[in-house]
Design a protein around this ligand. Structure first.
Ligand code: 6CS
Ligand code: FE
Length: 309
């Protein structure tokens, strides 16, 4: 398949692994005065420097209703391909595209307290490119190896530039022992051009256990440098924003506590994926929306989360 523009971030092209610089800004300029107050200058500086931002207890009053709706979604969507099970059991690992299947989830990610942060960081209107619930059941929830989301979205979906951010809410407490997200602060400023090459339908296995786009140990050592792995923990209701290229992963959950999170990837309307930067067919729409429409902030006063429909 013909590529639509120069590949600034070649990866999985059968070459030796290398680490290059990021060519894109982390935060894009935005000129809407009403977005100025969404984050403080200190928070913006921290996001630019670390590649992620944690907002403790930010949307706690939504947790119960979202949990309830997601419980229903498991039944309603049962048997559909959007549901991914663990690599070694039938336990549910991920539900993709909850935003298209439930209005409350869409309301949540359209709430100005979340959506306007994404618009502010990406300097444009944004759309929901991918949404998912990651469920790490007690004892059986399996790890995610080190990866950059952008690397997959670039190679397998055709996202051209680093201009996306993932927002997620903790639906249970995320603590040190139930498989929390690990990040390498600052790693979003570099890009690992990974080894290997990708076969069609890689997603059929990668969503259970990712093998490609996982850097070699020496690259990870270089990225880690003198930085500490940081675990992202908090109470249910905590909201996190992480930049699309930050290196992250998470360990197994061998504790007795569930760990679940609800995520939405906001991509800039100026960064819409077209053809993958590989010879692959685009992945299904539930992994990467192919008909993007900008999200509009809901009225701040709307009592949206009590609208259980
Ligand atoms: O495939 C995706 O779009 C996402 N899921 C995984 C397991 N890795 C890359 C990216 O985060
Ligand atoms: Fe990821």
């Amino acid at each position: 398949m013909q590529q639509q523009e120069t590949d600034l971030y070649p990866s999985r092209q059968g070459k030796k692994e290398t680490i290059t610089h990021r060519h894109d800004p982390v935060v894009y300029p935005y000129h809407k005065p009403e977005l100025e107050s969404t984050l403080s200058p200190e928070q913006i500086a921290r996001y630019i420097n670390d590649g992620f931002l944690v907002l403790p207890d930010y949307m706690s009053d939504w947790v119960e209703a979202l949990q309830y709706k997601i419980g229903q979604l498991k039944q309603i969507m049962s048997g559909r391909e959007e549901l991914i099970t663990e690599p070694d059991s039938n336990a549910l690992r991920t539900i993709f595209n909850p935003i298209e299947h439930n209005q409350l989830v869409k309301n949540f990610f359209s709430h100005p307290r979340i959506l306007n942060i994404a618009r502010r960081l990406l300097g444009s209107e944004v759309y929901a490119m991918q949404s998912r619930v990651n469920i790490k059941p007690p004892f059986t929830g399996r790890s995610f190896p080190w990866h950059s989301d952008f690397e997959t979205w670039h190679v397998e979906d055709g996202m051209p530039r680093m201009r996306a951010v993932t927002a997620w809410i903790m639906l249970t407490d995320n603590h040190e022992k139930n498989g929390p997200l690990y990040v390498i602060p600052g790693s979003h400023k570099q890009f690992v051009c990974c080894e290997g090459s990708t076969k069609d339908n890689n997603f059929a296995t990668s969503l259970k256990k990712q093998m490609l786009g996982v850097p070699l140990q020496h690259s990870m050592k270089e990225l880690m440098g003198n930085k500490e792995i940081t675990s992202v923990t908090g109470k249910a209701g905590t909201v996190v924003f992480h930049e699309c290229n930050i290196m992250h992963g998470s360990p197994d959950n061998i504790s007795a506590d569930p760990r679940s999170i609800l995520m939405c990837v906001y991509n800039s309307m100026e960064n819409i994926a077209q053809k993958p930067f590989s010879d692959l067919q685009p992945r299904p729409h539930y992994l990467n929306s192919r008909h993007p429409a900008p999200l509009h902030p809901l009225n701040d006063d709307a009592d949206t989360h009590h609208d259980i429909n």
